[in-house]
Design a protein. Structure first.
Length: 431
């Protein structure tokens, strides 16, 4: 196996090349200070590009030379290169938006569909917009109405993807994980519960979190119609409370779960949160997607968890409450403002027994839609999941995966999540 050239060797070879000098400045920046794997990734593909060896910048070759995978590893089952390429693109964008990067005359990108870097001269900045002397801020009620209407339009558009997400043919994957074998079991039904975005919008209109009892109550549809009539959504989307809408991220997560080989070989079904009953909850294994703001069934298990995702009506955001902080932990973790281009978000993973003790439950939630995705990224990626198992530590006893929960943090840039880190974890029952 070819050994990647060191930074020193390549510096000598490309000493006069401004593209190589740019790469050295990038990996020395604060954006890459704690990302040694991304540094190696960028150095390797840059070497391939500058030496005209594009044939060596394939997913298979990068997996072998950068991430130490065996030569015959299956890139279809191990998505380490694809996931790290996404993080690399995010870090590069962060660098060129930083004070140091904004002065670079050449911009380096990794185009999607390729792993070879592209060097382009920075386009001239657009002239600043003329100053506006008076800015009128919408009233709080107007802002909420605008937010809800836009959210409603987005949900309607995403609703068209629902059928495709559950019926498109999926190639089976076999990521080696002790978790999947506990959730997808022969002769045991596994129910994946997709979140209800209408329920989330209703709480935005109400300005508070609704309970599961309210969600299941006989007057729920009437109350929803009244709230939506006030905010104008009922006029735009009649009978919106009875519609089955979720987000694209939910469809993507369900598709990824369905493609796990164990899921295709067992009795796995998908249900919309609105269609669930208490009988369904106790029937085998359960996978809940989204926080209780969009999936109120999470509240059934909340008393067993240390990390609680709580909706904040004042700023329409979600905080993570740490019920029993340990040394170095915060009592509350706040995600960045919803309108920030660069955000800090959180994802939660909880693996615990079902209410009747005869099945297992996996909860994947987040402070945003992207937060739920980064939670799945950790459990669905063998190296990241092994990092989590090591972090939990005492969660392994006699080789068996114990019940646990974990809090994951990541940064996003324009909605794209970067490299994640484990903030804290608990073995179920520990404080």
């Amino acid at each position: 196996m070819e050994k990647p050239a060191s930074v020193v060797d390549l510096s000598a070879e490309f000493e006069g090349d401004p593209r190589w000098q740019l790469v050295l400045r990038i990996i020395a920046s604060q954006q890459f200070a704690r990302s040694s794997r991304l540094k190696d990734f960028l150095l390797y593909v840059t070497r391939c590009a500058l030496q005209n060896h594009g044939d060596r910048a394939t997913e298979q070759q990068i997996g072998v030379h950068v991430f130490g995978r065996p030569a015959d590893y299956s890139a279809g089952e191990d998505n380490i290169v694809r996931s790290q390429a996404r993080f690399l693109r995010t870090k590069l964008a962060e660098y060129f938006e930083s004070p140091a990067g904004r002065g670079e005359p050449v911009v380096l990108t990794i185009p999607k569909g390729s792993y070879l870097p592209r060097f382009e001269h920075r386009a001239e900045a657009a002239p600043p917009a003329p100053a506006v002397e008076v800015a009128v801020q919408p009233k709080a009620q107007d802002r909420r109405t605008i937010y809800l209407v836009l959210a409603g339009v987005a949900v309607v558009l995403l609703g068209g993807l629902w059928w495709w997400g559950f019926h498109a043919p999926l190639a089976a994957r076999e990521p080696k994980s002790a978790l999947w074998s506990r959730l997808f079991m022969p002769k045991v039904q596994t129910t994946i519960v997709a979140s209800d975005y209408i329920f989330s919008m209703v709480q935005e209109a109400a300005g508070r979190t609704l309970t599961l009892d309210e969600y299941l109550g006989s007057d729920y549809f009437k109350r929803v119609s009244e709230l939506n009539a006030v905010d104008g959504l009922e006029r735009l989307f009649p009978n919106i409370a009875q519609r089955h809408y979720t987000g694209f991220e939910n469809v993507s997560v369900v598709a990824r779960l369905y493609s796990v080989k164990e899921a295709q070989a067992t009795r796995t079904v998908v249900k919309f949160a609105r269609d669930m009953t208490m009988r369904d909850v106790g029937a085998g294994n359960l996978i809940l997607l989204g926080s209780k703001q969009s999936n109120p069934w999470n509240s059934l298990f909340e008393s067993k968890l240390n990390f609680r995702f709580e909706y904040q009506g004042a700023d329409h955001n979600i905080d993570v409450v740490n019920r029993s902080p340990r040394a170095g932990e915060l009592a509350r973790y706040r995600s960045s403002a919803l309108d920030a281009s660069s955000r800090e978000i959180y994802g939660g993973i909880a693996f615990l027994p079902n209410l009747n003790g005869e099945g297992n439950v996996l909860i994947l939630q987040g402070t945003s839609m992207a937060g739920t995705e980064i939670a799945l990224d950790v459990v669905d990626n063998p190296p990241l999941f092994q990092d989590l198992v090591r972090h939990v530590g005492s969660g392994r006893r006699s080789g068996e995966l114990m019940f646990f929960e974990a809090l994951i943090r990541a940064h996003t840039l324009n909605g794209v999540a970067g490299e994640s880190s484990i903030v804290a974890s608990r073995v179920l029952g520990e404080q």
